[in-house]
Design a protein around this ligand. Structure first.
Ligand SMILES: NC(=O)c1ccc[n+]([C@@H]2O[C@H](COP(=O)([O-])OP(=O)(O)OC[C@H]3O[C@@H](n4cnc5c(N)ncnc54)[C@H](OP(=O)(O)O)[C@@H]3O)[C@@H](O)[C@H]2O)c1
Length: 505
């Protein structure tokens, strides 16, 4: 192997943040995903060394604090301060293949193979962000189903249609592919995969960045392999969803470096977001940032839109909320209580029922899994009937609710999570009662209400600051927890809003 060009892992000791007082072991971490090329850059007047022994000295303590102004010392750079333009590893959550029904953990996997340059390409009109908190939401299930008809959502690109890096590497090694400078768009991976598996001929492939026409002739087969595989890995896209992120670089006047935003991003450490219309700048940071994945983000808009706009509630009315301990339901119940309504919620465990009654202040709550007759259960809690049903689950619950609705009742159809995995959705038998009872049943989608966001913030922020609303989150630490957390939504494993903390910087 041409060692002069070998790129190797470079284990490093990183100071996480500046330290006041004596340092603790936890102020450092060992970074194992940095790489270094064992060749100095052209024109460098430094030396490249392999470290053999390192010395621990008391003066190093001084470098662990932020030194401002002139000094013989300069502070260490901290882990949170990545050099602008540095190429770093970018951990991602990738999706294997389209699914039917609910996802399994094995439908996703964590990749550490990708890298990203911490600078936007010249002329970009997107933003480069560091993802801080990501949100697991039921709608992500739809993106895992193959959708040829468009629908509300698109769908994720499964990695299985991409050629796996190892497979490609073995093809390069066997001489099945020849890297070639790309002047045209890259061959679609699906075609590439089937070509490589079926064809005995050599395929000329576009190779980007690492290997260009001019330098290919100087590369040996091993570095060609690395270059080629990198160029393929670079195009694999992670799953996407809502998240809170910090802008590292911006090609748009609307956003500047350091801004905090929430909106659709990638499930990865760093993302380049080009569709920035759905990004909201975070102006209020006196509340937990993770709230912008929940009460102050998409589920918050959903709860406010569904309750205030669709349900048109009045003081004293009776309100029933299903999936009531979830991201949307817990908020709807509390908003209804603050309006002076009588509120009952349903949830799938005793722990959740206790939360509804004792933490969120619902008037009553029940475990739907323990009720054999949902119609009778609802009659018990609403002897005079239900004015507003905030629908999150669909199926049998909806049928039972219709039987218990009052005249001129409203059903805000937010979601039907009990139906999402069914090849054949359950039918609703009691719809005819909508006529007799003059019931309004209306579906709605949160992003139709984005223009109401500042109005909703004006309602929610004072409630949060005054402690009139509490918000429960189920926090998973690290991108690695995403598959389990996402899968858990569909079995009710989450207690409150499911979030993934990617970075606590
Ligand atoms: N229209 C929109 O724009 C919009 C926006 C956001 C969300 N939604 C919908 O609103 C609903 C709630 O979303 P969310 O974010 O609040 O949910 P969430 O916090 O992710 O919680 C989902 C909860 O649903 C319950 N659940 C799962 N499977 C169920 C089943 N078969 N029957 C009954 N309950 C089931 C589970 O709680 P239990 O333990 O209680 O079963 C689970 O914890 C979902 O249907 C979602 O698709 C719609």
């Amino acid at each position: 192997m041409g060692e002069r060009e070998l790129e190797v892992r470079n284990k490093q000791v990183i100071l996480k943040h500046y330290v006041a007082g004596s340092p603790k072991e936890s102020d450092f971490h060992i970074k194992t995903d940095a790489t270094i090329t064992l060749k100095l850059p052209q024109g460098s007047n430094g030396v490249l060394v392999k470290n053999l022994y390192l010395s621990c000295d008391p003066y190093m303590r001084l470098l662990m604090q932020e030194i401002k102004g002139p000094s013989v010392f300069s502070s260490y750079s901290t882990g949170s301060k990545m050099a602008e333009g540095e190429e770093v590893k970018n951990k991602q959550v990738l999706f294997r293949n389209y699914i039917d029904g609910f996802p399994k953990e094995s439908d996703m996997y964590i990749s550490t193979e990708n890298t990203i340059r911490l600078k936007l390409p010249q002329g970009s009109n997107g933003v480069l962000v560091k993802n801080l908190v990501l949100s697991c939401d039921p709608f992500m299930l739809f993106l895992m189903h193959k959708s040829d008809h468009g629908g509300l959502f698109g769908c994720y690109t499964p990695d299985s249609v991409c050629a796996s890096p190892l497979f490609l590497a073995s093809c390069v090694a066997k001489g099945k592919v020849v890297p070639y400078e790309a002047t045209h768009s890259q061959i679609e991976r699906k075609q590439l995969y089937s070509f490589l598996t079926k064809s005995k001929e050599k395929l000329v492939l576009p190779v980007q960045n690492e290997a260009t026409h001019s330098n290919i002739s100087h590369m040996n087969s091993a570095s060609l392999k690395v270059a080629f595989v990198n160029s393929c890995v670079k195009n694999v896209q992670p799953i996407t969803g809502y998240g809170v992120a910090k802008i590292l670089d911006s090609g748009l006047p609307k956003f500047k470096k350091g801004d905090l935003v929430w909106g659709i991003t990638g499930f990865e450490e760093y993302s380049i977001i080009t569709e920035t219309e759905s990004l909201f700048k975070i102006e209020h940071t006196d509340v937990p940032l993770s709230y912008y994945t929940g009460i102050l983000g998409m589920p918050g808009i959903t709860a406010c839109a569904g309750f205030y706009e669709v349900s048109t509630p009045k003081k004293g009315e009776t309100v029933f909320v299903s999936a009531a301990s979830g991201a949307v339901g817990q908020l709807v119940g509390q908003l209804a209580k603050l309006m002076g309504c009588y509120v009952v919620g349903s949830a799938g465990s005793k722990e959740k029922v206790d939360l509804l009654k004792n933490k969120f202040g619902f008037d009553d709550a029940f475990n739907y899994k323990e009720e054999h007759d949902l119609t009778a259960a609802l009659k018990r809690y609403f002897p005079e009937g239900i004015d507003i049903y905030f629908e999150n689950v669909g199926g049998k619950m909806l049928d039972a609710v219709i039987l218990n609705m009052r005249k001129h009742g409203r059903i805000a159809v937010c979601g039907m999570i009990s139906q999402y995995n069914l090849a054949e959705p359950e039918g609703v038998k009691n719809l005819m009662l909508l006529i007799d009872k003059r019931i309004t049943m209306q579906g709605f989608v949160s992003f139709d209400y984005h223009t109401h966001y500042s109005k909703f913030l004006d309602i929610l922020l004072p409630f949060i600051r005054e402690g009139k609303i509490v918000y429960i989150e189920d926090v998973a630490e690290g991108l690695e927890k995403t598959p389990a957390a996402l899968v858990g939504l569909f079995s009710g494993r989450n207690i409150g809003k499911q979030v993934i903390v990617v970075s606590r910087e």
